[in-house]
Each structure stands twice: as C-alpha cells, then as structure tokens.
Design a protein around this ligand. Structure first.
Ligand code: PHE
Length: 455
C-alpha cells in the first residue's frame, strides 16, 4: 500500500495556532498556578521565565528545524540526517520522540477526562449549593471510582483519536481554528472578571515579587520540568508539527511566538484564578486540587453568575487539553501512516487503543491499584504508584533526556551549513548565540538538572 503523503499547514498562522495549542494545556491552566503557589510565587516565576527563554526557545528552534529540514515524522526525521557514526543512538532518540508523548497521554487523558466531567457537571448544576467539604468530596469520589475515571478518560481518548484520524487539514487544523480563538476569548473574559472583582494587586505581588531566599535547587528543578512540559519539548509534538512547515516560514520567529504565547497564557491563568481565590479567602496553595476543589467553591460562593463562569472555566480547560492531546498522538500516527503501511485512521485507532489500555492502569492508580508500587524496589521510585511512575519517567526523565540529546544532535552532529540555512538568520549574532546555547549551555544545563532529578 502506498504510504500517506506528507501534508503542510495552510499557513504560518495555522501552524502557530496548532503549536500554541499544543503548548497551552493543562500544564498552563491546571498545573502552573498550583506549582507556583506551592513554590512560593515570584521567585519560581522568575526562574521559570529564565529557563523558558534560555533553554526553551533554543530547543523549540532545534526541534522545529529537525522536523522542517527532514519533512518527515520524528523517527524518520532523525534517521534522515544519517551521516554520523552515532547514528544508532539517533535512531533510538527518534523512537523516544514518538513513545514519550504516548506515555504522557496515559495520564494526560485521565486529567483531560476530569475537565470534561467538570465542564458537563457545571452545566447541569452538580456544583450548585455546595455544602462545607462537599467540593473536596466530589473530587475524591471521582478519584475513588474506577468506572467514572475510565469513562471520562475513554471519552477524552475517543475525541483525540477521532480528530487525529481525520488528518492534518480536516482534523488538526479545523480543531485548532475553532478551539484556540474560543480559548483566548474565554480566558480574557475570566481574567477581566477576576481582576475587576477580585484581589488583582495582591495577585500581581504574589506572581511577580520574588523572594530570593526561596530559590533552592529543588525549585530550579521544578521550574525546568514545568517549562519543558509546558512548551511541549522533548516529546515529538513540536518536531512533527515542524515537519508540516513550508520553507518560507521563519523558525526563530515561530519559536519565540510559541514561547511567548505559552508563557502569557500561563500568567493569564494565574490572573484568572488567584484574584478570586484571594478575594474569597480560600487556600491558594491547594496543590493539584486548586482547580478542581477550590475553584468550584469560589464559583458557588459567587451566586448565579458563578455557574456561568464555572462552565466557561472548565470548557477552557477541556479545550486546552484537547489541543494538546492531539499533538501528543500525532507523532506516532504520522510515523505509522507515512512511513509504515497503515492508513491514518487505522494508525490513530491502534495507537489510541494502545495508550488507552495503559491509561486504564493510570485511571485505576487512584483507587483499586492505589497501593501498587511497580518500581518500589528502587529507592528513587519508593512509594510511587503506577500513575506517579509513568508521570515521573515521561515528564521528568525522558522529556529532559530527549531535549538534552536533541541539543547535542543539532549542535554537534548536523552540519553547521544545514542549520545556518534552515534558521535563515545569516551568520549573525543571533544565530551564533543560538548555536552557542544549543552546543554548550543547553546540554550542560539540562544535563545538570537531569542528574539532579535522577540521582
Ligand atoms: N504542553 C502541554 C501542556 O502544557 C503538554 C504537552 C506536553 C503537550 C508535551 C504536548 C507534548 O499541558
């Protein structure tokens, strides 16, 4: 059978919508605010910003460049540069770039499922007239119920597979063209409401006044992990989206655009959440429950309008999640359908079924498999359940490792003349700075962080 043709984005703007859609996700709206709160605010934000621009942007440029130069999905892309002696290693790296996103999908689709559950729950009024402690109980009941967890996770997987099966133009592009503008409008409405009625200045101080005494090695690690995850680095999404770029688009501009938009949305999410959280005097350091436990209480206290904002907020989360899950499934599906003998729809269904199956174990790790610690015999993994192990390996180990290796690949293995041409910056200061960062600073910096996480 003939392999599928390699398609291209309709325009640079569509690419930007899709890449920002991949980057903006649960990482920005669910995770960023609570990780900032847990790590004491401004100091974390400052380190985060530094990592986004010193490591993040050069790596975004590198991954986009590999995809765009090769015009192939990740495994074949890394193979196509094939001159170096280390080619075997680069082949493995290619596989890692399509497998890591599937690992991420196993837990990401469980949380995406929660957002669907909450969006619908808000619409039908399940969160009206909450009594004391009821919000925490609703969230706990969801965690405790295998059937509910699996149901919503399956729905999230189904939506993702359905979109990716339709292909680049009628699947991915159509989705981001509708969901991304909707996402921005909802976010702006929420931020305006929160900053007019809530504690805006207190939130500014909380997010931007750094307390330098809070900076520790652990905080730097958390910030780096958050930055990689938020920018979709080390996970195939950016690389495969880059492969659909035509040669007339400027990679550096796109990379800066994605990094700025992603960071902007993370900060906006903070300004949608903290002003009302501070105004209602609820605990702002609520961990993962900040969005799922604390916010429903706040929406409930707002009275009638609260339900409207509740629906909007969880729709926002669900939209952000879906535009990310499609980018996590796409690398493997593109690989199988363009280079293997699978039709795209089949490739999407098979791959979807594969990570859905593993996802079941993740969905069960908060209930019947709660006490199963698969790698518990290793000290590093002691006490981690299935979800925690997959999450840790995918997001903290392999994303960083992939990023590190890709920097070495681009900085040391690909010919400089190729990178010079692809970047379109001439042999300028900007190009030289990027090259320096990719050759030395990123590998050393990420290597150090990686070492610290694992050892
Ligand atoms: N960047 C997404 C988020 O912030 C998650 C993601 C990671 C998406 C890796 C694609 C690849 O939620």
């Amino acid at each position: 059978m003939q392999a599928a043709k390699h398609e291209h984005w309709s325009s640079g703007f569509t690419f930007l919508l899709a890449a920002v859609g991949s980057a903006v996700g649960l990482g920005n709206i669910w995770r960023f605010p609570y990780v900032v709160a847990e790590n004491g605010g401004g100091a974390f934000v400052l380190i985060y910003l530094a990592i986004v621009f010193v490591f993040g942007v050069p790596l975004l440029m590198s991954e986009l460049m590999i995809g765009r130069t090769a015009q192939k999905p990740p495994v074949s892309a890394l193979k196509s540069f094939g001159e170096s002696k280390a080619q075997k290693l680069w082949n493995i790296l290619g596989w890692s770039y399509v497998l890591v996103p599937l690992g991420i999908l196993t837990f990401y689709s469980v949380v995406a499922g929660w957002t669907l559950d909450y969006a619908i729950g808000m619409m039908i009024g399940s969160f009206n007239d909450l009594q004391d402690g009821e919000s925490a109980k609703i969230f706990q009941d969801l965690q405790d119920s295998p059937a509910t967890q699996i149901f919503w996770m399956t729905l999230a997987v189904g939506i993702t597979v359905g979109i990716v099966a339709r292909g680049l133009k009628s699947g991915l592009e159509k989705t981001v063209e509708i969901l991304m503008p909707a996402l921005f409008v909802i976010l702006i409405v929420l931020v305006l409401y929160a900053s007019i009625t809530g504690e805006f200045l207190k939130s500014v101080a909380f997010l931007f006044e750094p307390d330098f005494s809070k900076i520790t090695p652990e905080l730097v690690l958390m910030a780096a992990g958050q930055a990689f995850f938020s920018l979709s680095l080390g996970s195939g999404a950016i690389m495969v989206y880059g492969s659909y770029l035509t040669k007339d688009i400027s990679i550096p501009k796109m990379a800066v655009g994605v990094a700025c938009a992603d960071t902007f949305v993370a900060l906006l999410a903070g300004f949608a959440i903290f002003p009302i959280v501070f105004a209602f005097g609820v605990d702002h350091a609520g961990g993962p429950g900040l969005v799922f436990v604390t916010l429903p209480i706040v929406f409930n206290d707002m009275g009638g309008i609260g339900q409207v904002f509740g629906v909007l907020f969880f729709l926002l989360l669900a939209f952000a999640a879906v535009t990310s899950t499609i980018s996590l499934l796409e690398p493997m599906v593109a690989q199988l359908s363009e280079q293997g003998s699978f039709k795209r729809a089949r490739a999407a269904i098979y791959t979807g079924a594969g990570f859905w199956f593993v996802g079941i174990f993740v969905a069960l790790s908060s209930n019947i498999l709660k006490d199963v610690h698969p790698l518990g015999f290793l000290p590093l993994f002691a006490g981690m359940n299935i979800e925690a192990v997959i999450n840790f390996l995918a997001a903290n180990v392999f994303m960083l490792l992939n990023g590190l290796l890709v920097a070495i690949f681009v900085g040391w293995s690909i010919r400089r003349s190729v990178t010079l041409e692809e970047m379109g910056l001439g042999d300028s200061m900007i190009f030289k700075t990027w090259f320096l960062l990719v050759r030395f600073i990123v590998p050393l910096g990420v290597g150090f962080i990686f070492y610290d996480v694992v050892f």
